[in-house]
Design a protein around this ligand. Structure first.
Ligand code: AMP
Length: 218
């Protein structure tokens, strides 16, 4: 049986942090569309260059290229049993495309944990976020600091602050989320797939709530 879980929530809700924990526990592949774009950027591919022009403004990369990139990732052999999707879908068109492509892979979205966090907290979370250069591991200078400042606990690589975590860009990312992504809450609620998770709790509590929701969904 395949298992496809979509993590939904605003930027800064903790999707990436939680995805890293859950993917490990359930042996699910963590597919983050943001990480895929950043990887393309690092490799200086055409897709990376195109994506950067949107990412730096906090806008969404167009649906067609985003969908093609995620489809390609989900077709890889390591995703044969499913995946934990983080940052995709972000628009109703992407959600429809995902449903269609999973049908082709003999699967479907099984659960959509929605991690909710009020807007005032998001800016503080994102502006204190540090990301690991090698593997995208996520820290926060106050809420989840690394043992040694500037160094990833897990792989020793350098930590950096994402360009799009600057306050001006963060505000636009939240606006874009509200306009284009928030409608997916009702979309998945209607399908009976939504599980509400309080993202203001400590990281470990959010993880255990998520694991509980996943176990319950079977
Ligand atoms: P994230 O790492 O999820 O915060 O994504 C960083 C940026 O990558 C976003 O602000 C968008 O510019 C782009 N991006 C990531 N996922 C998507 C998506 N599903 N659709 C469109 N753009 C995306």
């Amino acid at each position: 049986m395949t298992k496809y879980i979509v993590l939904l929530g605003p930027p800064g809700a903790g999707k990436g942090t939680q995805a890293q924990m859950i993917a490990e526990k359930y042996d699910l592949v963590h597919v983050s569309s943001g990480d895929l774009f950043r990887e393309n950027l690092k490799q200086e591919t055409e897709l990376g260059k195109l994506a950067q022009s949107y990412m730096k403004r906090g806008e969404l990369v167009p649906d067609d290229v985003t969908i093609a990139m995620v489809r390609d990732r989900l077709s890889q052999p390591d995703c044969i049993n499913g995946a934990l999707l983080d940052g995709f879908p972000r628009t109703p068109a992407q959600a429809e495309a995902l449903a269609k492509m999973l049908e082709e892979f003999d699967g479907a979205v099984n659960l959509v944990p929605y991690i909710f966090v009020p807007e005032e907290i998001l800016v503080e979370r994102l502006s204190g976020r540090w990301t690991c250069r090698a593997n995208g591991h996520i820290y926060h200078e106050k809420f989840n600091p690394p043992a040694v400042a500037g160094i990833c606990d897990l792989d020793g690589s350098e930590l950096y602050q994402r360009d799009d975590d600057k306050p001006e860009t963060v505000k636009n990312r939240i606006k874009v989320y509200q306009e284009q992504t928030a409608p997916l809450i009702a979309y998945y609620q209607e399908k009976g797939l939504l599980a509400n998770i309080d993202g203001t709790q400590p990281i470990e509590t959010v993880t255990s709530d998520l694991l509980h929701a996943i176990d319950k969904a079977g």
